[in-house]
Design a protein. Structure first.
Length: 271
């Protein structure tokens, strides 16, 4: 994609990062973490993580044509109509505890699912920019009580023409969601820039999405917790996640394929 002149001088492919309405001030530098223009994933910048099962039939994590390409396809078990098969194909940024905000350009190339009429679980593949363990309200002995925040893209409906819904979600590991905010609709194959930020000084999380030619969509989720204690496990990552229900009668599946590029960290994004 061609680059275009931007208000703040920060280039992210053809999208705008840091327009005047979306950050405190124009930064002195681009804060670019990785543009994936090497031949391979850089081990000095990334950790490969994930939870793959025997039902994860396809899995891809590679640098391809200047993008990080991640894909996974997962089938449900056929022994019963309870439970689900959960897997993650993810790449995590190094030195996560030093990263209060990060964003990336995302293109969802495909996403599909088949659920089970007799299982209460829904097949819900997602593409995520996920930040985990910003702080903890637990005892610090495990990740229970860690506060996670993420921006994600989910199916808006069963047909590809239904597109995707972008959301900011904040939750407590082992507990309930703190908040969830809709950032708008996105088309399959449409490039968008998304970010998530922990604004500790104001006890809140921020999330945003920028589509080409469309104003920023942003959301704020405040919290009332003590945020002074470091989390047991801290991570910041790019991922594709499937949660596919088990089903006797129907072969169920969750599948998603996405490309990530222009990863940026510690920009002072603010609605």
């Amino acid at each position: 994609m061609p680059c275009r002149p931007l208000v703040s001088g920060v280039l992210v492919g053809s999208l705008v990062v840091g327009a005047a309405s979306a950050q405190v001030a124009a930064p002195a530098r681009t804060y670019l973490y990785d543009d994936f223009h090497g031949r391979f994933i850089d081990p000095a910048k990334w950790d490969g993580v994930g939870t793959l099962t025997r039902d994860t039939m396809e899995f891809v994590r590679e640098v391809k044509d200047g993008h990080l390409h991640i894909a996974a396809r997962t089938y449900g078990e056929r022994w019963g109509d309870v439970g689900s098969i959960f897997d993650i194909a993810e790449l995590d940024l190094k030195n996560a505890s030093t990263i209060s905000s990060f964003g990336a350009e995302v293109v969802v190339r495909s996403i599909s699912s088949v659920s089970c009429a007799n299982n209460s679980w829904s097949s819900d593949p997602e593409v995520q920019l996920v930040g985990g363990g910003f702080f903890t309200i637990g005892d610090g002995s495990s990740d229970t009580g860690n506060i996670d925040a993420l921006v994600k893209l989910q199916q808006a409906g069963p047909a590809p023409s239904d597109g995707l819904i972008a959301r900011l979600t904040v939750g407590v590991v082992g507990g309930s969601d703190v908040g969830d905010a809709d950032l708008g609709r996105v088309g399959i194959g449409e490039p968008v820039f998304m970010f998530v930020r922990w604004d500790q000084a104001n006890h809140r999380f921020l999330g945003g999405m920028k589509r080409l030619g469309v104003p920023w969509a942003t959301a704020v989720i405040p919290y009332g917790f003590d945020d002074s204690r470091a989390a047991d496990y801290t991570y910041r990552g790019l991922s594709v996640r499937n949660n596919t229900p088990n089903c006797v009668a129907t072969p169920t599946v969750g599948a998603a394929e996405a490309e990530f590029s222009q990863v940026m960290v510690n920009l002072p994004w603010q609605p």
